[in-house]
Design a protein around this ligand. Structure first.
Ligand code: GDP
Ligand code: MN
Length: 385
């Protein structure tokens, strides 16, 4: 799970990393109120889950109230690389002497966390790598020993930063590692790591990715993320505990098991269709879960046809049929369905569907046949509508 800058900074502050004082704001009025509280000058910063906000005009210095109004108005609603700005962070402005780069990431091949540090901060990490690959200093951290003082000193010496800031930078790195471990993060990045005019080290930006599978250990972090940007179908699916990913096509897909759903997407694409989503109803899905899944799929207005591809193992085909029949009684879908039921209780499932005689539901026996059929009926829908 990716965190907005100010959410990452909340975690940083909780672990003793120096960050400028700031307040989130979702309206121009709230931005002004925050700035008045902090005192001028402030920085108005777009809160979106993408880097390069500065270059895109999403980070602006404001010397007074009028400038806060001007920048907050311009930045709220702005599109930054496809991300709409729903929220701002108003932060006390900092005096910049130098900008460094610092991060901890997992190096999966080494099975260890890796520290990264460069004195060329502020710009994209890719740009640093392009400009001078040697400028990025890296070292692995033994997870049992942790990040030691000598690690910090070594990175600082190798990167060639001035002697007077080695100590504050080392201290910040140690706390950053502590944050990385304690919060079950996959990535913590500080770019720029700022050296102020008074030669203090401060985290001026924060990019934090938490391990979603460890969230149960961090109930306080559950509300993080960019709520305003959540896709309505994905949000609906998450609330129902379904594994759903929105895609940009028009054929709704439901299957059981991630592998089967992935191959269903491929087969539909091969048949000339374009899937609208990935939805794994999971193993052992009961009728109610199927009904809820159908609601999520159909809430996407682009969907012109739906394909059910069920391979019954733990999942029973009769339960899937019951769920589909229930969905039809509750929501009367207007788009055609193609259903392929194969495996456990297949005959019972087919019998229930035949008995229910649902309008516009086609059954197929093979995956290829079902894919071809759903592409055909989706195209016919396109022509009709
Ligand atoms: P990013 O572009 O999305 O990485 O956003 P950052 O938070 O890193 O900000 C981009 C740049 O804006 C920084 O590298 C700084 O040069 C500048 N900046 C951000 N905050 C301040 C501030 O308080 N004072 C000054 N003078 N510049 C700032
Ligand atoms: Mn940055």
């Amino acid at each position: 799970m990716d965190l907005l800058e100010y959410q990452g900074k909340q975690l940083f502050a909780a672990h003793g990393i120096p960050v400028p004082e700031g307040r989130p704001a979702t309206t121009v009025d709230a931005a002004v109120a925050a700035a008045e509280e902090l005192g001028y000058p402030v920085v108005v910063k777009a809160q979106v889950l993408v880097g390069g906000r500065g270059k895109a005009g999403g980070v602006k210095l404001a010397a007074d109230r009028d400038e806060v109004v001007e920048h907050a108005t311009a930045i709220l609603g702005m599109d930054i690389k496809g991300h709409t700005v729903h929220e701002l962070y108003i932060e006390a402005a900092s005096d910049i002497d130098e900008e460094y780069y610092a991060a901890f990431v997992f190096d999966r091949s080494a099975k260890k966390p890796m520290a990264m540090f460069s004195k060329m901060g502020g710009m994209d990490v890719e740009a640093i790598a392009d400009e001078d690959p040697e400028a990025m200093r890296m070292l692995h951290v033994d997870p049992l020993l942790g990040f030691q003082d000598f690690h910090g000193r070594r990175l600082a010496f190798e990167a060639g930063i001035p002697a007077d800031v080695i100590r504050p930078v080392g201290a910040l790195l140690a706390k950053l590692y502590e944050t990385f471990v304690a919060e079950d993060a996959m990535l913590v990045e500080v770019n720029p790591l700022l050296i102020t005019k008074s030669r203090e080290a401060v985290a001026l930006d924060a990019k934090v990715t938490l391990d979603g599978n460890a969230l149960f250990r961090h109930p306080g972090s559950a509300d993080f993320g960019d709520k305003g940007a959540a896709d309505p179908q994905e949000q609906m699916a998450a609330e129902r505990g379904l594994t759903y990913v929105k895609l940009d096509g028009n054929i709704g897909i439901l299957g059981n098991g991630a592998g089967l759903v992935m191959s269903t997407l491929d087969v539909v694409a091969q048949a000339g269709g374009s899937p609208a989503n990935f939805l794994d109803a999971g193993g052992g899905s009961k009728a109610e879960a199927i009904t809820q899944a159908v609601e999520v799929i159909l809430s996407d207005p682009k969907v012109k046809a739906v394909l059910f591809n069920i391979f019954g193992g733990i999942t029973r085909c009769d339960e899937v049929a019951k769920g589909l029949i229930e969905a039809f009684s509750q929501i009367q879908p207007e788009v055609p369905f193609v259903v392929r039921l194969n495996g456990t209780n297949e005959e019972e499932g087919q019998r229930l569907l035949a008995e229910a005689n649902l309008p516009n539901v086609h059954t197929e026996t093979t995956m290829d046949g079902a894919a071809a059929k759903v592409v055909e009926v989706a195209k016919a829908q396109g022509v009709a509508s």
